[in-house]
Write a protein that binds this ligand. Structure first.
Ligand code: PEP
Ligand code: MG
Length: 738
């Protein structure tokens, strides 16, 4: 039966011109196919979270619509099914009803109800059949909704369809995660992947011309890398000058050129010859048992994308040089390249909103959408693409109307940023006079400058690992000292907190062994890696101590899960400092522990006597307490910062730390949301550390907050039973009812 319904639903979709018409026809079809007297469809309205009747039908054409009593019964049952997210069947005196919830990626979007008078109760087979239909209806409904909303230029932030195509214009919309806000418009270039369609375009010219195209693409790719390297060295720091060095090596490799020549001689196009040559290399790398070499396949794919991108741009008008990067994922090194190359925005298939590459994109103000499934197969190099990082929407080959709307949105966002900018220089103070300490999270020289420009009072979290990742190796002790010294130079006299290396799967240095590249979520990361590579810790600690010289040195230990680990790292740190020998350097660092796993929250009283301060990392605290891998786009709804468990844990941590007389800051992304930032301050956080660009916006939000009233209301807020309820309660407590 399901196959038949699918076919008929497809026909309905093809001939319907509005969502209402589509839904009316669909429910009539379902009633008929399930031999029900009536069928009704309720949809959850994203703006109000209320279940609204959107379509209803009787089975026979003489009975369109439902009687009031039947409708009321359906509505009651629909509400129950939605709350429990389970099918609900009810047998009344005169009729049987069956309701099944409709969900998109675990989020409820509506309920389908069928009812029949004077028949036996619905059986398991009926439930299964209606479930199957409901699942198909999810896609149909959400595609139609998205299409309509886009046509009206509406807010698309509600849960919606993954993608839809407007066949008449070729415009295509892909939905993903709103990872880094802002609108970017430009031509697609591929990184770490290559456009498949382009690779197989037929040969349009003779062999000599194809050879010239290959030469040109190689030359442009080489110039590309050289210019990225020099702007990386200039803007991000000389330690980043070697970025993409492996590309230069490959581009100069005579064996690669021979392979390309052979493929061209046997009749291949420029794109095919490049694909064949690089494909041969990546096949060989994949075939080795060596995980390190297998990792290099990504470099080969990356170069492949770069070369094909240049082939495509040879045919594109010069005016579309503004680039949107299309990639399987948002690697930190890619964001560095984008920054150095002034690319506009990025869209990626994988990755969550707190992946480390995404955090970098946010700090550089690059709009990003992640979790855009299938995007690398749907875009071709040179296609015009809109990245709407505020709503998690990607529009491929937009129509002129869509473009105009996004250009207007970009102008609106610019105006908003200008408004926030007024707050840069002002201290962060609430309306009732509480002074709040706002610090910056930084990773590179570039965001240290941003932190100063945006009015940060100091550096609350220096993620030191990024300098290692970008070069994919270890800077020497003295190189590190030079890098860290820049923070002291930029923030004279201010508090600067350096975190020890926190290597993880997306923050990975190959030389740390392949194991660290996998399964960071499972626990082999951070100080656990450092225990296995003590010389790495030694060089870093010595670099930090030398950079500090006579100035205070604050060292933050990431991923603390036990007292033994903390004491072991402290002992190793002390030994490293002793090992420096003569000279002027900081011998007595101040120690902090990160609280970013639920276990650490539990033992905070035991840790407190051994540290000077705590810093709560909500990105990891959320992923580990709610079991939602921060790299996995599918887990985005589960990584809910409003989940009551999160704020309740934070309150316990802050209370316990304060009881022991130790200050606590919060440095996860949660602190960058104005309502949650206010909640954290109301719970007693002594400082917030956020991406530099967010600081003016937070200052503006705090300026209108009544902290006394909010603090008094936090008990009620924390009693909320789920995320949406907590978000609403918090909005009310902040004096901004939703
Ligand atoms: C965190 O986990 O919240 C944190 C600040 O550290 P990172 O995001 O670098 O893991
Ligand atoms: Mg962390």
């Amino acid at each position: 039966m399901e196959g038949r319904i699918t076919e008929k639903l497809t026909a309905i979709v093809a001939r319907s011109h509005s969502l209402d018409a589509l839904l009316e026809s669909a429910v009539a079809l379902i009633a008929q196919e399930l031999d029900a007297d009536a069928c009704s469809l309720f949809l959850l309205e994203p703006a109000t979270s209320r279940l609204m009747l959107r379509a209803s039908a009787g089975a026979s054409s003489s009975e369109r619509g439902l009687a009031d009593a039947a409708l009321a019964a359906a509505e009651g049952l629909a509400g129950l099914a939605l709350t429990q997210m389970l099918p609900e069947a009810r047998e009344g005196p005169s009729r049987s009803l069956l309701a099944v919830p409709m969900a998109l990626r675990g989020q409820p979007i509506g309920v389908l109800v069928v009812q029949a008078a004077g028949r036996t109760p619905y059986a398991a087979a009926d439930i299964q059949a209606l479930f199957g239909i409901a699942a198909q209806m999810v896609g149909v409904v959400e595609n139609a909704r998205l299409l309509e909303a886009l046509g009206r230029g509406e807010d698309l932030a509600s849960p919606g369809a993954r993608r839809y195509v407007r066949p008449d214009t070729g415009e295509e919309v892909v939905r993903g995660i709103a990872a880094s806000p802002g609108v970017a418009i430009g031509a697609a270039v591929f990184r770490r992947a290559f456009p498949r369609g382009h690779a197989h375009a037929p040969r349009a010219s003779d062999e000599a011309t194809e050879r010239a195209r290959v030469r040109d693409a190689f030359e442009r790719a080489r110039n590309d890398v050289v210019s990225i390297q020099s702007s990386a060295a200039r803007d991000l720091g000389e330690e980043h000058a070697l970025i993409f060095a492996s590309h230069l090596l490959m581009l100069a490799d005579p064996a690669l050129h021979d392979r390309v020549d052979r493929a061209l001689s046997s009749g291949g196009t420029a794109a095919e010859a490049i694909g064949a040559a690089l494909g041969e290399i990546s096949d060989k790398l994949r075939a080795t048992g060596d995980p390190y070499l297998r990792e290099r396949v990504e470099d080969v794919d990356d170069l492949h994308g770069r070369l094909l991108g240049h082939l495509a741009l040879q045919e594109a008008p010069a005016s579309i040089r503004a680039q949107i990067v299309v990639s399987p994922r948002v690697a930190p090194s890619l964001i560095m390249e984008m920054k150095a190359h002034a690319s506009r925005g990025i869209v990626a298939e994988l990755g969550g909103e707190t992946s480390h590459g995404v955090l970098l994109a946010r700090s550089f103000g690059l709009p990003a959408v992640t979790g855009a499934e299938g995007v690398t197969d749907r875009v071709d190099a040179g296609d015009l693409v809109v990245v709407d990082g505020s709503q998690g929407i990607v529009v491929i080959r937009p129509t002129l109307g869509t473009l105009a709307r996004y250009e207007e949105q970009a102008r609106r966002e610019d105006r908003r940023r200008t408004e926030y900018a007024r707050f840069r220089e002002q201290p962060a103070t609430t309306a009732d006079g509480t002074r709040v300490t706002l610090l910056a999270n930084v990773a590179f020289g570039a965001d240290i400058a941003l932190a100063r420009d945006n009015g940060a009072e100091g550096i609350g979290l220096y993620r030191t690992e990024f300098s290692f990742i970008v070069r994919d190796g270890f800077p020497t002790r003295d190189e590190q000292a030079r890098i860290y010294r820049k923070a002291y130079d930029a923030f004279t006299g201010a508090s600067i907190t350096f975190r020890l290396l926190d290597l993880a799967s997306d923050k990975f240095v190959s030389s740390c062994g392949p194991a660290a590249s996998q399964g960071a979520f499972h626990g082999y990361r951070s100080i656990r890696v450092l225990f296995d590579y003590p010389h790495v810790l030694r060089d870093q600690v010595q670099g930090l101590a030398l950079a500090a010289g006579p100035r205070p040195l604050r060292i933050l230990v990431p991923m603390v899960t036990s007292l033994q680990e903390l004491l072991r790292i402290q002992a190793m740190t002390a030994r490293a400092i002793e090992g420096i020998g003569e000279g002027e350097y900081q011998r007595r660092p101040t120690f902090g522990a990160m609280i970013e796993v639920p276990g650490a929250v539990e033992i905070i009283e035991d840790l407190a006597p051994h540290v000077d301060f705590f810093s709560i990392g909500t990105n990891d605290l959320i992923q580990y307490s709610l079991v939602a891998d921060r790299e996995d786009a599918r887990m985005a709804p589960a990584r809910d910062p409003y989940h009551p468990a999160v704020l309740r844990m934070i309150r316990r941590a802050i209370t316990a730390a304060h009881r022991a007389g130790k200050p606590v800051s919060v440095c996860g992304e949660m602190a960058a949301r104005p309502d949650l930032a206010m909640a954290l301050v109301a719970l007693g956080a002594d400082a917030l550390s956020v991406a530099p660009a967010v600081i003016p916006e937070l200052k503006q939000a705090l300026a209108s907050a009544n902290l006394g009233r909010l603090a008094a209301g936090m008990d009620v807020v924390l009693q909320s039973r789920d995320g949406p309820a907590l978000q609403t309660a918090l909005a009310c407590a902040c004096g901004r009812p939703p």
